[in-house]
Ligand binder design. Structure first.
Ligand code: ADP
Length: 480
C-alpha cells in the first residue's frame, strides 16, 4: 500500500510524549513491511543539529485566511520505502518549544497547525506516489479529513485517499475561538454543531472525528471508555455515533529502541534468563540519583509528563504513607509547576529516599526504566501508555491503575498467576496506590516470584507486526 502519515511529533526528530514514539514506530514498521510510506511533520528548531534533510524543489503556495502560506519541504529517507517530509516554515516552527514555552501554549497554535494541516493535504494530493490512505494524528491534524473532503467536493480532487484519524488522547482537542475558522478557507456551512463547532468554539479534534473515514484509538479499552461520559471529554455522544468506524488498536513497542542488549543507553545488558545486568543497572541508578546503592532496598520510580492525567497527586499521597517503609523513589518528569514543586519538596524532605529530576531526558528515561524494581503509573485515564510496556521489556514490574491501555497491557496476579507481570488497582486514590505498593513490597520479599514477574514481563510481545497489521486493515477499509 501507499500511506502518508501526518503528525506534529515524530521520533527521533521531535517528541513530547507517546505520539512521537507511536508515529515513528508505525512508519518504520510499514516501510519495513514493504509499504510506500511518507510522514509529514514540522521542521522544528533543533532538528537540524542532528539530522540533515535535503530541500525539495517544491514551493507550496497555500491560502491561509486572507494571507498566503509558502512553506518549503525538506526530506529525509531514513530507510528504504520511508520518506519524511519536513514542513519548513520558520515563522511557526523555529521556536524553543513544540506547542509552547515553559509557561503557556503558543497563542497562534490554531494558525500553526491549520497551516501545517494544509501543507499535509497538499502533499497528499500532489505527491507523485499518490498515497492511498492519509493517516492523521490528534487535534493538530484534525482538520485534514475535512480539507480533503472539501477539495473533493469543490476543487476537483477526484477520488481522494481514505482518511484515518488516530485519537492518542481525547483530553487534548485543539479548541480555538470560532474566528480562527477563517484560516481554514472552508465554507461557513461546516461551522455548526454537526461539524467543526463544539460549544460555540472551533474544535479541531472533533472535526477529525466527524469527517475522517475511519477512526482509531490506541487501545481497545480506551475505545470503549471514550464512549462514556466519564472518559468522553464531552464528545462521548459523537464517539457513540461513530462507533462503527472506531477501532481500538494497542500501540506496539519499538524493540530496536527499547532493547536490553546492545543498547547504547544501557551500560549493563541483561536478558530474561540472566538478570545480573539489571541488578547492576539498579545499583548504577541509585548511585546516579544520589541514593544508597543497595540491592536489598526496593526501588520505585516513574517517568512522564507531570499532568493530572498521570495521577501525580496519587503518587504524592501514596508516598507520604509509604516512605516510612524501607524503600527508595526516583522520578523524571516535567509539566505542571505545582507537581514539580511538590515532588521537589518531597525529595528535600526525604533526601535519603527520594530524588527527582525535572526535565526531559530520553537517555535517562532508559536508565530509569532499566534500574527500577517497580514503575508507578496510576493514571486517571490512559489511552495506551507506553512506559508500562517499556517497563515490562526492561524487567521492571509496573504498578498501574486499571484503565485504558494499562489494563490491556499489564496482567495482574488475580487475572492469571502464570503470566502475571504487574500489579493493578482500581480506585483512583492514594490509599489504593499505597495498597498496591505494599503488595509490591511483599513481592519484593519473594525473589523467586519477583523473577517470575520480571521474566513474564520481558517475554511479552508488543512488537509492531501485530499493530501494523491492524492498521493495514483499517487503511484498506476493514475494521476490527
Ligand atoms: P503520554 O504520551 O501520555 O505522555 P506515554 O506513556 O504514552 O505517555 O508516552 C510517554 C513517552 O514520553 C515515553 O516514551 C516516555 O519515556 C517519554 N517521556 C515522558 N516524559 C519524559 C521525560 N521527562 N524525559 C524523558 N522521556 C519522557
Amino acid at each position: 500500500m501507499r500511506v502518508l502519515l501526518a503528525s506534529s511529533e515524530l521520533h527521533p526528530y521531535s517528541k513530547t510524549g507517546g505520539l512521537a514514539d507511536m508515529v515513528g514506530a508505525l512508519a518504520k514498521s510499514l516501510a519495513s513491511a514493504g509499504h510506500r510510506t511518507g510522514v509529514v511533520t514540522p521542521l522544528y528548531r533543533g532538528i537540524w543539529k542532528h539530522h540533515f534533510p535535503k530541500r525539495l524543489d517544491w514551493r507550496m503556495d497555500l491560502a491561509l485566511g486572507d494571507r498566503r502560506f509558502e512553506p518549503e519541504v525538506w526530506t529525509l529517507e531514513p530507510q528504504p520505502n520511508l520518506t519524511v517530509y519536513f514542513i519548513h516554515a520558520p515563522e511557526y516552527f523555529d521556536r524553543d518549544g513544540i506547542y509552547g514555552d515553559a509557561t503557556a501554549s503558543y497563542p497562534d497554535n490554531d494558525e500553526r497547525f491549520i497551516a501545517f494541516s494544509k501543507a499535509a493535504v497538499h502533499l497528499a494530493r500532489y505527491l507523485p506516489w499518490q498515497p492511498e490512505a492519509v493517516h492523521v494524528h490528534d487535534w493538530q491534524t484534525g482538520l485534514v479529513p475535512l480539507l480533503m473532503r472539501d477539495q473533493a467536493a469543490r476543487d476537483g480532487w477526484v477520488a481522494p485517499p481514505r482518511s484515518v484519524l488516530t485519537i492518542h488522547n481525547l483530553a487534548y482537542q485543539g479548541v480555538f475561538h470560532r474566528k480562527s475558522y477563517a484560516l481554514a478557507n472552508l465554507p461557513a456551512a461546516y461551522l455548526n454543531p454537526g461539524g467543526v463547532e463544539s460549544h460555540g468554539a472551533m474544535n479541531l479534534l472533533k472535526t477529525g472525528i466527524v469527517f475522517a473515514d475511519a477512526i482509531t484509538t490506541v487501545s481497545p479499552r480506551y475505545a470503549v471508555e471514550i464512549g462514556t461520559p466519564e472518559y468522553g471529554e464531552q464528545l462521548d455522544g459523537l464517539i457513540r455515533e461513530r462507533r462503527a468506524e472506531l477501532t481500538g488498536i494497542l500501540n506496539g513497542v519499538d524493540y530496536e529502541e527499547w532493547r536490553t542488549v546492545g543498547n547504547s543507553h544501557l551500560a549493563f545488558p541483561f536478558a530474561a534468563d540472566d538478570l545480573h545486568g539489571k541488578a547492576n543497572s539498579k545499583l548504577a541508578l541509585q548511585a546516579e540519583m544520589g541514593l544508597l546503592p543497595d540491592l536489598s532496598i526496593p526501588l520505585f520510580g516513574t517517568v512522564g509528563r507531570l499532568a493530572s492525567q498521570k495521577g501525580v497527586d496519587l503518587i504524592l499521597g501514596a508516598l507520604e504513607e509509604m516512605l516510612s517503609c524501607p524503600m527508595q523513589f526516583v522520578a523524571l518528569g516535567t509539566g505542571q509547576p505545582e507537581y514539580q514543586t511538590a515532588l521537589l519538596s518531597l525529595a528535600r524532605r526525604h533526601p535519603d529516599k527520594v530524588n527527582v529530576r525535572i526535565g526531559f531526558d530520553g537517555a535517562m528515561s532508559h536508565r530509569i526504566e532499566a534500574g527500577l524494581d517497580f514503575f508507578l503509573m496510576p493514571s486517571r485515564f490512559e489511552p495506551c501508555g507506553l512506559n508500562q510496556m517499556y517497563s515490562l521489556r526492561y524487567g521492571t514490574v509496573p504498578i498501574v491503575r486499571r484503565t485504558g491501555g494499562l489494563d490491556n497491557s499489564v496482567v495482574d496476579y488475580r487475572e492469571d498467576p502464570d503470566i502475571a507481570n504487574g500489579i493493578k488497582f482500581d480506585e483512583y486514590s492514594g490509599r489504593a496506590l499505597a495498597k498496591a505498593m505494599r503488595k509490591a513490597l511483599v513481592l519484593f520479599g519473594q525473589p523467586a516470584w519477583l523473577d517470575h514477574y520480571r521474566r513474564n514481563g520481558m517475554n511479552v510481545d508488543f512488537s509492531w507486526d501485530r499493530t501494523r497489521l491492524a492498521y493495514e486493515r483499517v487503511y484498506q477499509g476493514g475494521g476490527r
